[in-house]
Design a protein. Structure first.
Length: 30
């Protein structure tokens, strides 16, 4: 259970960071 919860939280964190970086790149830094 612990490993599964850790994996799910890690994947969700990576997904959120990826979307956030993608939005920044699309909108541009300026």
């Amino acid at each position: 259970m612990s490993e599964i919860a850790l994996t799910v939280s890690l994947l969700s964190l990576v997904a959120v960071l990826g979307l956030w970086i993608g939005h920044i790149k699309i909108r541009g830094v300026g």
